[in-house]
Design a protein. Structure first.
Length: 331
């Protein structure tokens, strides 16, 4: 299989346990006034007059993605006039100068980062991992391992008997909702189980009960059978069939120590940055025995329009990037 548009023809009993796929054709009539614009933009009238839309839905998580063939014809590489100097020019910022509050227990220092307390918290235990490197796009494996190791030490400092969710987040640059350019992650330890993580956990439990099989193992098998997976040591990487937004990649490992997942995350980030991704969201959390990390692209950094609209918030995700094309760009 080479592209998502071919997925409606795919037959596999394992695939059908988790996914339902459908497609439809959106038709329109091009008037003379718009024909020149359409040819200039899309290179063809036929393709616009009849557009195939493929819907992929996960029956257990209820995640659903709508792919439009026309949108997915756009190159996956993010072409932008964004200049890295825009990041470098803000060097000497509050995070460079360590102008941050400390947690009540103080700070934890890593080799390439230091912790701080988040000034405006949305959770009682809410800290930051502030990179020594100002530019968040300068990433090395040893940096990432140190950030995750430092996060682990921060989580270990919490009252673990009361904590139900440990969440690591990296919102990179402003389209990823970062308010500070300087590279930083957030660490959150909550006494509640966050709703969206609980939904995924429930989906996994429901699947395991229904099929007496492990949801995440089967999810991997499905992606692997379709050529949508990679493996870095024990970490599995899925070019996710139902991305919430562009280029979502789902990484998981049964490791006891989440620092071990760094290599997989590094592999993904390195490749995403190579194809032009600069603003992204990354999360890391645990469900059962699995550490799970999810990463996605927040689109062209120079765009003023937001990539998330009413559809994504309240209905289903509309996505352009085809996971079958994305994986071919990874080295
Ligand atoms: Zn800085």
């Amino acid at each position: 299989m080479k592209k998502i548009i071919e997925l409606p023809n795919y037959k596999s009993s394992l695939f059908s346990r988790i996914y339902s796929v459908s497609s439809c054709e959106g038709k329109l009539r091009l008037t003379e006034e718009i024909k020149k614009y359409v040819v200039d933009k899309f290179g063809s009238l036929d393709m616009v007059e009849k557009q195939t839309i493929v819907s992929v839905k996960n029956k257990f998580t209820k995640e659903q993605t709508l792919y439009n063939e026309l949108r997915s014809k756009r190159p996956i590489e993010v072409k932008t006039n964004f200049k890295i100097s825009e990041i470098e020019n803000t060097k000497g910022c509050a995070f460079c100068l360590n102008k941050t509050p400390a947690d009540e227990f103080g700070r934890i220092s890593g080799k390439y980062c230091i912790t701080a307390s988040n000034l405006t918290k949305y959770e009682c235990n809410h800290g930051l991992i502030i990179f020594k490197e100002h530019n968040p796009l300068k990433i090395k494996l040893e940096y990432l391992e140190d950030y995750l190791e430092t996060a682990k030490r921060w989580f270990d400092n919490m009252d673990n008997k009361k904590i139900k969710t440990k969440l690591l987040l990296w919102n990179c640059l402003w389209r990823g909702a970062a308010s500070i350019i300087h590279g930083h992650m957030q660490v959150v330890a909550s006494k509640t189980k966050y709703g969206k993580i609980e939904l995924l956990e429930n989906a996994k439990n429901n699947y395991n009960r229904k099929y007496k099989s492990d949801y995440f193992s089967d999810l991997y098998k499905i992606h692997n059978n379709l050529g949508l997976s990679k493996k870095i040591k024990n970490t599995k990487i899925l070019f996710y069939l139902t991305p919430i937004k562009e280029k979502e990649i789902f990484i998981f490992s049964k490791t006891k120590n989440f620092v071990k997942i760094s290599e997989g995350i590094y592999y993904v980030l390195k490749n995403l940055i190579k194809i032009g991704v600069v603003s992204f969201n990354l999360v890391l959390f645990k469900i059962g025995d699995y550490y799970i990390s999810r990463i996605l692209d927040r689109g062209n950094i120079l765009n003023r329009n937001c990539d998330i609209g009413g559809m994504e918030l309240y209905a289903a995700s509309v996505v352009s990037s085809d996971p079958f094309k994305l994986i071919r760009l990874f080295r």
